[in-house]
Design a binder for this molecule. Structure first.
Ligand code: ZN
Length: 369
């Protein structure tokens, strides 16, 4: 973190905002602002100003936010910087979910079937000469599988933006094979604070933290900064947003700090980004277990087409799957071996479809606790 910029926004918040006035003390690091605290004190943190944006409530408690004009400009500059790094603006299509329900002519709802999406992309190539598209990771994977199964890699795709969901290594390779000429890129952002990092364009696993607007800390459960490679919570301080100051705000994501393996980036980096804390399971001892290994274990079952594991409470799980019947006991056994203990209940259900969440995103694992 940049001490000078941190102190500037912290002093400003102390002088102007009742929430921070009661919590900030000179010379003492401010306490972490959790999402629950933000929601509880939302009006105080907004200083009575109207909200400009409400986060979606489908995965977590919604919060209301606002941004000062200079903050909005800074975000636009940051977006322009990222676009420059990618090689400038080119015509693209998007298969996403728009909360407003309004879609631009180059956009299609991500819920559209693979067939509809392929017709849409071909139409967009004719009409708008698109050279790529943006979509969510699981959808990119579905399209990639479709093209590879038919032996038709899509070389016309020059740029492919993957958003919101974490793309695992095996899927990444699949997507790269289906779109062999594409620059595959991802950004990590949050509604509360905009762009946070750009995935390294040379080395897939690293993330370059974008400097200038946000102070980033990765903290362990005790609130101590993590050492390189250790997994911790992403905590941000927005240096510029005086409208709705967010100081040491825990976004609810997990990452590991370190130096990017590409060796060409001297700034702060994440060596791994694990997504939502809520994608990790809560263990009986209070720790969180990352679920990446689980997806690797389940992935080797060819009779399994898709799955989702939901943790209903600490010792109760539900596994939904699409695939051949009779996989229940195998899934259960592999899940227990992954967890390292036998929970009180595991309900396995074979289903015809596993829906996306209301915000359009798909999570392979989700913890309700
Ligand atoms: Zn890098």
């Amino acid at each position: 973190m940049d001490a000078e910029r941190f102190n500037r926004i912290a002093n400003y918040a102390f002088q102007t905002n009742s929430y921070y006035r009661n919590r900030l003390e000179p010379g003492v690091l401010p306490p972490i602002l959790t999402r629950d605290l933000l929601r509880e004190h939302n009006d105080d943190i907004l200083n009575g100003r109207p909200a400009m944006l409400t986060t979606s409530g489908s995965t977590t408690v919604p919060v209301r936010l606002g941004f000062s004009p200079s903050r909005i400009h800074a975000e636009r500059r940051q977006e322009a910087r990222v676009l420059d790094m990618l090689g400038g603006r080119i015509p693209l299509a998007e298969m996403v979910l728009e909360q407003t329900g309004r879609y631009a002519p180059n956009q299609l709802p991500v819920m559209a079937s693979v067939g509809e999406q392929i017709r849409f992309l071909s139409e967009m190539r004719k009409q708008r000469a698109i050279q790529g598209f943006n979509t969510y990771a699981t959808n990119a994977k579905s399209l990639a599988s479709y093209f590879l199964e038919r032996g038709r890699p899509q070389s016309w795709v020059k740029r492919l933006g993957i958003f919101s969901e974490t793309l695992h290594e095996a899927d990444e390779a699949l997507v790269a094979r289906a779109f062999p000429k594409a620059l595959i890129w991802s950004t990590y952002s949050a509604k509360e604070c905009g762009l946070i990092a750009l995935r390294c364009l040379d080395q897939g696993e690293g993330w370059h933290v974008l400097d200038g607007i946000l102070g980033i800390e990765i903290l362990d459960n005790q609130g101590t900064p993590c050492s390189p490679g250790q997994v911790g919570r992403v905590v941000v301080t927005d240096y510029l947003n005086s409208y709705c100051p967010l100081i040491r705000y825990d976004i609810g994501d997990l990452a590991s700090p370190g130096v990017c393996p590409c060796g060409g980036y001297s700034g702060k980096a994440f060596t791994a980004l694990y997504g939502k804390v809520r994608e990790a399971f809560l263990m009986p001892d209070g720790s969180r277990k990352l679920t990446y290994d689980l997806t690797l274990q389940f992935r080797t079952l060819s009779a399994l087409h898709q799955f989702q594991v939901v943790q209903r409470s600490v010792r109760h799980f539900e596994i939904l799957y699409r695939g051949e019947p009779g996989l229940g006991s195998t899934l259960e056994a592999r899940f227990v071996s992954f967890l390292g203990y036998t929970p009180a209940s595991i309900e396995v259900r074979r289903v015809n479809s596993i829906p996306r969440r209301a915000n359009g995103k798909f999570f392979i694992t989700w913890s309700e606790v």
